[in-house]
Write a protein that binds this ligand. Structure first.
Ligand code: NAG
Ligand code: NAG
Ligand code: NAG
Ligand code: NAG
Ligand code: NAG
Length: 944
């Protein structure tokens, strides 16, 4: 009980301390529960000097003979007064805080010479930023005289030398704290799925302040999150805004008014303080019918979902009407005397009553346009407004409707493919929303996608055409505004919360990493001095990357050409024999292709060959900042075997992984259709390795195949039909039949030693003729694999490898390579990978970087079962290798994979315009099997 009382009334308790008396009622959490109502009633009775009461005509003596108590009447009258009031954004807060700053504890911090990229994307170089007592106190440029500290004053000066600074990032859709990571049944408190509608639910009741993800998300520069309840039921409850701080209780995380910090109170000219901003989560679409398909009452269809929405709002409408009748009666002394019952309360429906009154910002999860329109229909029926549609990846189909209603879209830039409602969606959506003037924010839906990488979401949107200012605004200023907190968050302005990120490069660049993160003026995380020093180099660009080169599609490129001259190349990793070489740079290199072969690459040496080709009428393509690379080879979980993981009919099906006598081969099941292969190919991933699907231990034998082939009958469709033998060791929780890890390790050993006659493939594996890929993240399983390697001649490879850095020396000594997936090697989503290395600014290196430093052979790939965005692998390689080592970056996604899996080296050549290791480049031409196979493919849309 005590705990509940405390956290719900934290902010105003703090304001009432030291006998200050109730200045205002600040409900920074929620005011809807019965419990709270009772407390409010008691307080209201105690403090009759309260402002609303002063404003309410009433006569306390007159209630003496009434059938309801004085306390009940007072409570009801206070509610009636509150019903007239709406939450507003208090613009007087920043100046009021500034006026009181000298009463705030703590020293002054001055950040000198920052390049400020503000929450709306505005850039101000040479900016000095001062903060004190948790707020920004001064923001000025070098032209103005800097404020010199007086003797004895506690001032910390940080010299930034032009480094980029942004306000703290704001993630407006997170489940941090309510879906704690590593994920466990015990801490899964995100959706109360016992009912179809639970508007009485609140994220605050499930929030765990010690979720280890919170400081990790902060290390990505995210300083504020709206923690929402889940999207499994139709109305799941109320969210809350937290700062991404370390704290021992929820109290330490919720946004508090400054009075809770310094004893300061903020008078708003005798008026009551604005009602707090509050947030409701609703959801429409696939999740609900999937969740309730076996529950009596459903919903099992969208028809049922609509019924549950309307039924809930109908109940709320009745409660509201009763309350309004009560208030009408209570408005006059005569009416008050006739009151026989207390103000109508409803534990179940009050939150929705608050929606109907306009006190809640309504956030709706939904993807398909029909789901959005259905929700708008219900909103019209019950007369409430929707603040934002979340995910909404088809919202461009109903853009006019959304725009007319002033609704915002809270989307993703690169989540697709997993189920029907997000199967075929476009990464150009953010740009389209911006073009139409629709407010747009980006989110990660942590932990669906790890909240730490919110900036990556904006980077990808920028790559797909969203201008830099909107990209920045989509993760800072716009979500702050959608929260109704643009008077505190999202900008580096005097009087605002001192939440700020110092970046090692422009936050829209590949690999951008915070050097320091401040929350409420205090350092939340700071990278090591050596990491700060490293970011001094010129390679860490401080401007947003250039957007994509012109759409001018090199007129002479034709699919099917085997004679071609390409000019305008500035970087080549391909030599005159058409295979990988060291990086060659020039201002205008030329490549000449004759009869399907590259015959020369260079600046001067190609002149003759180029002239001769021109004389013979061979067409010539001029690139802008051309980059010539080999096609990439990526190992993946389900490309070619699953289109929508959540629709079984679109997959190959999953084996139980226990039929050791009949190991399966991907080569017999692979399908060359679908958007996963198409999008990979168009991005320059020309070869893919996929093992068979299993829910258990033994996958079977992977195939190396061409992502651009039409079918298995194409010449060269399968450059290596038997690539490797794959096992997953561990439990993914899907298959209760999965044997213990002990049993899996024993079986692996038996297959490679005693039982190798079960099928010829095990003999080949035991001899080292066929690589054995063990999918695991756990350090001890990895160590067992190293031990096994010592016993056999097998070529063992780790894939996943989140904890591999803990046995890096042993892996290097035993020559056991690691294919890391995801590339940063660390999500801590599950228990068996929780000791991954988070990387800077928390540690100096990411796991894969530590492995490289220890001499382990490393490649990066993708084992993500929801998104499969292997087309991003080239950026991720650039991220890991750093901006000065494109050669390493390329190796991570091509040669190292070939070496580790002993695959034939690729002879595919991909020409890009722009630096493909940075955002903004595009594939110009794919040359494969002696022919041009693709000219300026649209990497995202499938329009041409
Ligand atoms: C700010 O930093 C930039 C980049 O290092 C430098 O060129 C400039 O002179 C600095 N300005 C001041 C006022 O220190
Ligand atoms: C919905 O928005 C309109 C237009 O801003 C406003 O007049 C109305 O009061 C809002 N309704 C609710 C219930 O918030
Ligand atoms: C994906 O959507 C695009 C654009 O609406 C359409 O042209 C294409 O046919 C769709 N592809 C699939 C496989 O559904
Ligand atoms: C490269 O040189 C060719 C002629 O040698 C010229 O036509 C082309 O414009 C040049 N390209 C660039 C980007 O300078
Ligand atoms: C790139 O990284 C590789 C592997 O760590 C290293 O051997 C090489 O020296 C690096 N090159 C540069 C230019 O830093």
């Amino acid at each position: 009980m005590e705990k509940v009382n405390h956290r719900r009334h934290a902010s105003w308790d703090a304001c009432y301390e030291e006998g200050a008396g109730p200045k205002t009622l600040q409900l920074s959490t929620r005011s809807r529960s019965l419990l709270l109502s009772v407390v409010v009633a008691v307080l209201t009775t105690l403090f009759l000097s309260n402002h609303w009461h002063a404003a309410q005509p009433h006569d306390v003596d007159a209630v003496d003979n009434h059938r309801i108590s004085a306390a009940e009447l007072e409570y009801g009258l206070s509610q009636c007064a509150l019903n007239q009031q709406r939450p507003t954004v208090d613009k007087s807060l920043p100046p009021a805080r500034l006026a009181q700053v000298r009463h705030r504890p703590g020293g002054r911090t001055v950040l000198r010479n920052a390049t400020l990229v503000d929450g709306d994307g505005t850039v101000t170089p040479g900016c000095h930023i001062e903060m004190q007592g948790g707020i920004f106190t001064r923001v000025y440029t070098s032209d103005e005289a800097p404020l010199h500290p007086s003797a004895g004053e506690d001032v910390t000066v940080v010299e930034l030398r032009g480094r980029v600074v942004t306000p703290g990032l704001v993630d407006i859709h997170s489940h941090a704290g309510v879906r704690m990571t590593p994920q466990l049944w015990a801490t899964e408190d995100v959706t109360e799925t016992s009912f179809q509608v639970t508007p009485w639910g609140g994220a605050i009741d499930g929030l765990k302040p010690h979720d280890p993800a919170i400081p990790i998300i902060a290390a990505g520069g995210v300083t504020t999150s709206l923690v929402l309840t889940g999207a499994k039921n139709v109305i799941s409850g109320e969210g809350l805004v937290i700062k991404m701080k370390q704290a021992d209780s929820v109290l330490g995380l919720v946004l508090q008014e400054p009075c809770a910090r310094g004893g300061e109170t903020h008078e708003t000219h005798g008026k009551p303080k604005p009602k707090p901003q509050r947030y409701l989560k609703m959801a429409a679409g696939e999740n609900q019918k999937r969740q309730f398909q076996n529950t009596p009452g459903g919903p099992v269809t969208r028809i049922g979902e609509s019924y549950w929405f309307r039924r809930a709002y109908e109940a709320a409408r009745r409660v509201k009407a009763e309350q309004d009748r009560w208030c009408d009666a209570a408005a006059s002394p005569a009416g008050r005397r006739r009151l026989t019952s207390e103000y109508p309360r409803s534990l179940e429906w009050q939150t929705l009553v608050d929606v109907l009154r306009g006190d809640m910002r309504v956030h709706v999860h939904g993807y398909e346009s029909e789901d959005l329109l259905a929700v708008l229909d219900h909103a019209d029926e019950f007369a409430f407004n929707v603040t934002a549609f979340h995910h909404a990846l088809h919202s461009d189909q109903v853009a006019a409707v959304i725009k007319a209603r002033g609704i915002a879209i809270v989307g993703f830039s690169d989540s697709w493919g997993d189920k029907q409602e997000l199967y075929n969606v476009s990464s150009y959506l953010p740009r389209r929303m911006a073009d139409q003037g629709i407010p747009f924010a980006l989110t990660r839906d942590h932990p669906a996608e790890h909240g730490r990488w919110l900036a990556y979401e904006a980077q990808i949107a920028h790559h797909y055409g969203l201008d830099a200012a909107h990209a920045i605004a989509s993760i800072i200023g716009e979500p702050a505004r959608l929260l109704g907190l643009e008077n505190r968050l999202g900008y580096v302005r005097p009087g605002y919360d001192a939440d700020l990120v110092v970046w090692d490069r422009h936050p829209l660049r590949v690999g951008a990493t915070p050097l320091a993160v401040f929350i409420d003026g205090e350092t939340s995380v700071r990278a090591s001095d050596s990491f700060w020093d490293m970011s001094e180099g010129a390679v860490y660009g401080r401007e947003a990357p250039a957007s994509r080169p012109s759409d001018d599609v090199g007129g002479a490129c034709r699919v099917g050409q085997s004679d071609l001259v390409v000019r305008g190349i500035t970087t080549s990793f391909i030599g005159a024999d058409g295979t990988r070489t060291a990086e060659a740079k020039g201002s205008n290199l030329t490549v000449v292709i004759r009869a399907g072969e590259i015959i020369c690459v260079g600046q001067g040496p190609c002149d003759n060959a180029a002239r001769q080709a021109a004389d013979e009428g061979v067409p010539s393509v001029d690139l802008q900042d051309g980059h010539m690379l080999p096609g990439l080879t990526i190992v993946t979980r389900q490309h070619g075997l699953a289109e929508m993981r959540q629709e079984p009919s679109t997959t190959d099906g999953y084996s139980e992984g226990s039929d050791f006598a009949h190991p399966l081969s991907t080569r017999f099941g692979i399908k060359f259709d679908g958007i996963h292969l198409e999008k990979s190919y168009r991005a320059g991933v020309t070869r893919i390795v996929t093992p068979p699907l299993t829910t258990g231990f033994l996958h079977g034998i992977s195939a190396l195949f061409r992502s651009g082939a039409k079918s298995v009958l194409d010449a060269g469709a399968l450059p290596k039909p038997d690539a490797a033998l794959h096992f997953t060791i561990g439990h993914d929780g899907k298959n209760p039949q999965t044997p213990s890890v002990t049993a899996q390790m024993s079986m692996l050993r038996d297959l490679l030693t005693t039982d190798r006659h079960l099928h010829p493939v095990y003999q080949r594996a035991a001899r080292g003729d066929l690589p054995v890929v063990v999918h695991t993240n756990n350090k001890d399983v990895i160590a067992h694999v190293v031990a096994l390697k010592r016993e056999t001649g097998a070529h063992l490879v780790i894939m996943g490898g989140a904890e591999a850095h803990l046995v890096a020396a042993e892996l290097a000594a035993a020559d056991v390579p690691v294919i890391v997936a995801p590339f940063w090697g660390c999500e801590r989503l599950f228990f068996d990978g929780q000791h991954c290395l988070p990387g800077p600014p928390l540690t100096d290196a990411l796991g894969p970087q530590a492995l490289l430093a220890a001499g382990v052979r490393v490649a990066i790939a993708n084992w993500d079962e929801t998104n499969n965005h292997i087309r991003n692998s080239i950026w991720e390689a650039g991220w890991l290798a750093g901006p000065a080592n494109h050669s390493l970056a390329l190796d991570l996604v091509s040669r190292n994979i070939e070496d580790i899996l002993r695959l034939p080296p690729t002879r595919d050549v991909v020409l890009y315009e722009g630096n493909p290791f940075e955002f903004g480049a595009r594939v110009a031409l794919i040359f494969e099997e002696g022919k041009v196979r693709s000219c300026y493919p649209d990497v995202d849309g499938l329009s041409h």
